[in-house]
Design a protein around this ligand. Structure first.
Ligand code: MN
Length: 722
């Protein structure tokens, strides 16, 4: 940064702090700047800028959050102990203990980081260990004084923005750490703006190709979307105006990494990007809480809510203090629009999270609610004591703590927080390990439910235990069955099995192997089975299968279903899955079809047309239907990819007959986007015997389908037949 530029930056900073700090406070911040500038002297960053530009930027981001003068001063001074010969005593003498303590905190965190870095480079195996240490330290610090972490986040944000001159290995390491620790931490502190910026900056380095593709994709859709949103915003603003509600209505921008994650999630469900509905998003900011609900009514008057539902995070705020009403409505032309309604204070919290606390601290008298909302922090520190190993700690951190949460109640009315998607079994393990191990049933809101049902906000849960039950079931670890989400519960189960006798594990392993492989009817010999795994011998394999450390899924992943499939398997032209082409076809979903009008042949140039309900149709580029089509935004570039094979297999379902059985089976298959090419049902003595001919892409998919079918009510057994 050249000198004049630095002057400008400083001027901007000065104006900003003068706008909300008192004169005395501003003076101290300026003194801190002068001290830092002097201490860093002519130190230069790799970017070629003077070093002082870095603490200045760090403090600027903090000032944007309207943080107090102590935090700003510490932001300016955050590298002087580390990089210059300044001691903490000195800082304390000049700036007082509060500021010196903040700087000390940041310096300590930086030390942990540096230790992690050495370990990281020494050996990738210790990567998680280093990560865990950094995390633990961060969390302790948050609990002590969250401002230290805010400074650290701001420091990291600027470092990521200026990361380019670093050698690429370090860049990647830096970006990874940002993605795995800092962005989730910002998320947990409710600082969305920081989170998005950190994520997008890391994404650009970790996957540059994909980053460009997503950027292009968003851009290509932007024009139509902007027009649509503009119209909707105007309509809504006028309506609210008519009803006398003062409001600000605006479209929301989309962030690259969050869009990318959405694309991945949709891909997993074999949906297309065109089904991503919240690309249309509007935010309504009103004056007070009462207006939020009036606005909600007006919106639902204008456009019907989807499924008649909305989420009220005003009545029940998220744990990171997020408050807002969310509703998804059916907008004009049947496009879904996601709408957030909130007051401007809530809006500030939503963008700046915990940092907004300082901005509103003076206004609101009730500091105890703030403390209450930080309950998760205390819980977090409790849990980390429970989790045994460092790897487990990192896992549980990622799934159990950083994900969005649901709030549920114990029979006594105590509130428990669990990651979204959790089940009654997760809840049981959260209450106590022994409750989990002896759990045999659950009642949610007075109704008996399966242990793998998904909990919703506000559910009241009663766990049924049996003292005679010998312990957990290995099925609970099978991901196809969806019993558990929390990593801590899974780890507790593995620990339980690890403690049991080897003899028992071997027996259990053999039992599972026989039972599960019979469903696939592969006719494998033991020595073939061992060769599909990394284990050296039968006993190691069975032991680990029996104690839950190895799963059947890992075994059958390596089995080539092609060897067992029927002869009428089909080869499908598969469309290139690149984002800038089309990312439509998940193999087997059959949502891409060749147009009948022109039946394009391989090697001809083709074009995709997005239909309303039937996925994408592939036309010859010169097809007359294409040339006459007016809705240009429904076209999508496609190209021929490799052929992919769908294997034809038959499965046999035995069940006790009931009304709706066949419908449940077929709708499960269609939810999984599995194509059924034939079925045959025989009924004998209250039993149904159903043979289904389906197309699948690999053994794992087949096995997962079998597991899911087995879980349907009244189904007795499911297996593949020859
Ligand atoms: Mn720094």
């Amino acid at each position: 940064m050249v000198a004049t530029n630095l002057e400008n930056e400083y001027k901007k900073f000065e104006d900003l702090i003068n706008s909300y700090l008192t004169v005395d406070q501003s003076e101290i911040v300026k003194k801190a700047y002068n001290f830092a500038e002097n201490a860093h002297g002519d130190q230069i960053r790799l970017t070629g800028d003077r070093f002082i530009t870095h603490p200045l930027a760090t403090a600027y981001y903090l000032a944007e959050l309207h943080l107090d003068y102590q935090t700003l001063s510490a932001g300016l001074l955050h590298d002087v102990v580390e990089d210059c010969d300044v001691t903490n005593e000195e800082l304390s003498e000049i700036f007082g203990e509060d500021i010196a303590k903040l700087v000390y905190g940041v310096t300590k965190l930086t030390e942990v980081e540096n230790v992690s870095e050495i370990k990281w480079e020494e050996n990738t195996q210790t990567h998680s260990l280093a990560e865990a240490q950094t995390l633990r330290k961060m969390l302790m610090t948050v609990a002590e004084d969250v401002r230290v972490v805010l400074i650290k986040l701001s420091d990291r944000l600027h470092n990521m923005e200026t990361v380019d001159p670093l050698p690429s290995e370090r860049k990647v390491k830096f970006a990874k750490e940002t993605m795995e620790i800092y962005a989730p931490l910002a998320h947990r502190l409710g600082m969305w703006e920081f989170k998005w910026r950190l994520e997008d900056l890391s994404f650009r380095i970790l996957d540059p190709g994909m980053y460009k593709k997503v950027a292009k994709l968003i851009n290509s859709k932007r024009k139509n979307r902007d027009q649509y949103i503009e119209k909707a915003v105007k309509l809504l603003a006028d309506k609210l105006d008519d009803e006398g509600i003062k409001s600000e209505v605006k479209g929301r921008s989309k962030h690259l990494f969050s869009t990318y994650k959405k694309i991945l999630a949709y891909e997993k469900e074999n949906k297309t990007i065109d089904e991503i509905n919240d690309l249309f998003a509007i935010r309504v900011v009103v004056q007070d809480v009462k207006d939020c609900y009036i606005a909600l009514g007006s919106i639902h008057n204008l456009w019907p809510p989807l499924g008649g539902q909305f989420d009220d995070y005003i009545a029940r705020p998220k744990d990171n203090m997020y408050r807002s009403i969310h509703t998804t409505v059916n907008g004009d032309n049947n496009f879904q629009i996601e709408i957030q309604i909130r007051t401007s204070e809530m809006d500030q919290y939503a963008e700046y999270g915990i940092a907004a606390h300082w901005k509103y601290k003076e206004g609101s008298s009730d500091d105890s609610t703030f403390d209450k909302k930080m309950i998760w922090l205390r819980q977090l520190l409790d849990w980390q004591r429970e989790v045994p190993g460092d790897q487990e700690f990192v896992d549980s951190f990622k799934t159990d703590i950083f994900n969005d949460q649901v709030y549920v109640f114990t029979p006594n009315g105590d509130i428990k927080e669990l990651p979204t998607g959790s089940t009654p079994l997760d809840f049981a393990y959260r209450i106590h390990t022994d409750i989990g191990h002896s759990c045999i049933g659950a009642r949610v809101n007075e109704k008996l439910v399966p242990l793998n049902s998904v909990l919703k906000n506000g559910d009241k849960i009663f766990i049924v235990t049996s003292p005679s039950e010998t312990g957990p079931s290995l099925d609970w670890l099978n991901p196809n069955l969806g019993y558990l989400v929390t990593a801590s519960a899974k780890e507790k189960i593995r620990l339980w099995f690890r403690k049991s006798e080897k003899e028992e594990n071997l027996k259990r392993g053999q039992f599972i192997l026989d039972k599960e492989l019979a469903k696939l009817d592969l006719g494998l010999k033991m020595k073939d089975i061992v060769s599909f795994t990394e284990y050296k011998n039968e006993s190691d394999l069975l032991n680990n299968l029996g104690n839950g450390y190895f799963s059947i899924n890992d075994l059958i992943r390596n089995v080539d279903i092609g060897k067992y499939a029927d002869s009428d398997s089909i080869k499908l032209p598969v469309i290139d899955r690149h984002l800038d082409k089309v990312k439509v076809l998940g193999v087997g979903d059959l949502t891409t079809r060749l147009a009948k009008c022109c039946s394009p042949a391989q090697n001809y140039e083709i074009m995709g047309y997005i239909t309303r309900n039937r996925g994408v149709t592939i036309h010859d580029k010169n097809c007359s239907n294409i040339e006459n089509e007016k809705e240009i935004d429904r076209f999508i570039d496609v190209s021929w990819g490799l052929n992919e094979t769908l294997y034809s297999v038959r499965i046999y379902v035995e069940a006790i007959d009931r009304v709706g059985l066949l419908k449940d089976i077929t709708s499960l298959l269609s939810d999984q986007r599995i194509n059924i090419s034939g079925s045959l049902t025989e009924n004998r003595d209250d039993h149904s015997y159903i043979t289904l001919k389906i197309f699948i892409k690999n053994t794992i998919q087949l096995y997962s389908i079998i597991n899911k079918l087995e879980n349907i009510n009244n189904v007795i057994s499911v297996k593949r037949i020859n």
